[in-house]
Design a protein around this ligand. Structure first.
Ligand code: KG4
Ligand code: ZN
Length: 338
């Protein structure tokens, strides 16, 4: 079945809108996508302010939709399904995307589909030039989640391991904050790390030898704080080294556990998704380790690593294609913040 799907992402601090065409069993095609980042707005507060996020989504979602329709040459009346992020995320922010999708659905008499944000990330590498094949292991590393999953098909996901405290992105962000870097900390810390030595400071690799596929990053944050306090006034001079050492500690754990997951499942393919998947050190370490072992690694395109509407439209398209879920004309929209 040929379907034109409009996807809306508004779970946190990016407003994303995209149009995807799904035809038969082929990988859905991305026709256009547009994104508005709120990063600059939240920077002054050192983190996302939920109320400001919701208001900003309201300001941008319809203009972004107009832009996507114009760029794709499609008209709103041709849209068959409206997809939105149902959760997890900030409740008020999610309600904007859900409200707009359901209102448009009701007005156009088209069905709507709520998508799990993480499923969007998980499937996002299908929009790359060399999409993965099932089954694969997924390393899902975002600001709120760190999970290893076994993926046997659309909607067929098994949790292999996850963080018992902070997420990897959260660890990046918190350590960056301790070093006085601006929000969002992950990319800032990573940029600084390029000028530092990854072996300058000896930082812990929590749960590296725990024997399971779970993660823990809270101890690393404490170790970085202790180190920063020890450095005192000389922190500034050693900041790049501390950033590089922190980044290496996080990457080492992520790579090591991912290899263990591939070993345990006997699967030869891994997909990395979520904002931390944009991290260069993680990519190069994982690429090298997998190349050595004859394993394949798939990433979403760099600009689709962080939150975006394309992955939401794509996940909806793939769910519908797989017959896993039906779009509905129940416009009493619901969101699942957690
Ligand atoms: O997937 P995402 O955009 O939003 C969530 O669903 O959480 O991920 C955001 C997270 C933030 O913690 C951010 O600091 C981190 O991804 N991040 C990075 C990089 N780019 C984004 N962390 C390390 N290195 C990067 N280059
Ligand atoms: Zn995300």
């Amino acid at each position: 079945m040929d379907l034109l799907i409009l996807g809306i992402e508004s779970s946190c601090d990016e407003t994303g809108v995209a149009l995807v065409r799904s035809a038969g069993g082929a990988v859905p095609a991305l026709l256009a996508h547009a994104l508005h980042s709120q990063v600059a707005m939240h920077r002054d507060y050192g983190g996302v302010v939920p109320e400001l996020a919701s208001r900003d989504h309201i300001r941008h979602v319809l203009p972004l939709m107009t832009q996507v329709l114009r760029e794709s040459g499609e008209s709103l009346s041709n849209v068959d399904v409206l997809a939105y992020t149902r959760g997890p995320g900030l409740a008020g922010a999610l309600l904007v995307g859900a409200g707009v999708a359901c209102a448009l659905g009701a007005a156009l008499d088209r069905p709507v589909l709520g998508v799990h944000h993480l499923e969007g990330h998980l499937l996002s590498p299908f929009l790359s030039a060399a999409p993965p094949e099932f089954p694969f292991v997924a390393l899902l590393v975002s600001g709120g989640h760190t999970q290893l999953m076994r993926v046997d098909g659309v909607g067929r996901y098994g949790l292999l391991g996850e963080t018992i405290d902070d997420a990897a992105g959260e660890a990046f962000d918190k350590c960056a904050k301790l070093m006085g870097l601006s929000y969002p900390g992950g990319p800032a810390l990573s940029r600084l790390a390029e000028h530092g030595s990854a072996t300058a400071f000896k930082l812990p690799r929590p749960m590296l030898h725990s024997g399971d596929l779970d993660f823990s990053f809270a101890g690393l944050k404490t170790a970085v704080l202790t180190q920063a306090r020890k450095l005192g006034d000389s922190l500034e001079a050693h900041k790049a080294d501390l950033a590089a050492s922190t980044e290496a500690a996080i990457a080492d754990v992520l790579v090591s556990k991912t290899l263990a997951a591939l070993g345990q499942t006997g699967i030869g393919r891994v997909v990395v998704a979520g904002g931390v998947g944009a991290n260069r050190r993680l990519r190069s370490q994982l690429d090298a380790a997998c190349a050595e072992r004859g394993l394949r690694v798939h990433y979403p395109e760099l600009h689709l690593c962080t939150d975006n509407g394309a992955m939401i439209a794509l996940a909806a398209a793939m769910r519908l294609q797989a017959g896993q879920q039906e779009a509905s004309r129940d416009y009493a929209f619901d969101v699942r913040p957690r």
